[in-house]
Design a protein around this ligand. Structure first.
Ligand code: CU
Length: 158
């Protein structure tokens, strides 16, 4: 019996969510579920921004992408060109690091290539690798952990 990657991931997530209940550690009923992420198509804008955080019952704000946290899901396919416009709508520098994707160093959002507040840029490179799940996150010098902990990061699915 063939199991699709989507079914396998869904099953693993469901299993992970169910384990606390099995151990008697059920989440409080008031705790919100993690929302299904919106998807971003190639060529659209991915903007680092302030965002509402869904992890707490109370309204709280942190960082995200396109006003959401987790940020949009980006699907790509081997052989396609990954092309996206990045923009920084924060009041501090950030980067857009494609963790797990094989890409040119200058496109990989490393600390030496910050995107300053108000700046935007085009990122494009070919997808060379096979199916997998990667994630994007900020990687600014001295503020990577702060920005990630405050809600920035999400997935690129192949
Ligand atoms: Cu990383």
């Amino acid at each position: 019996m063939a199991v699709s990657r989507r079914a396998a991931v869904t099953g693993l997530v469901a299993l992970g969510l169910g384990l606390p209940a099995i151990r008697g550690l059920a989440l409080p009923a008031s705790r919100p579920w993690l929302p299904r992420p919106v998807e971003l198509a190639s060529g659209e804008i991915l903007a680092a921004s302030r965002a509402r955080l869904p992890f707490t019952a109370a309204e709280s704000r942190g960082y995200g992408y396109n006003q959401t946290s987790p940020g949009p899901l980006i699907r790509v396919r081997k052989g396609e060109e990954f092309r996206i416009r990045i923009a920084n709508h924060l009041n501090e520098e950030t980067t857009f690091h494609w963790h797990g994707l094989i890409c040119p160093t200058e496109a990989d959002g490393q600390p030496q290539n910050p995107v300053l507040p108000g700046e935007s840029a085009e990122v494009a490179f070919p997808i060379l690798q096979r199916a997998g799940l990667s994630w994007y996150h900020p990687h600014p010098h001295g503020a990577t952990a702060k920005q990630a902990w405050h809600g920035m990061g999400w997935a690129v699915s192949l």
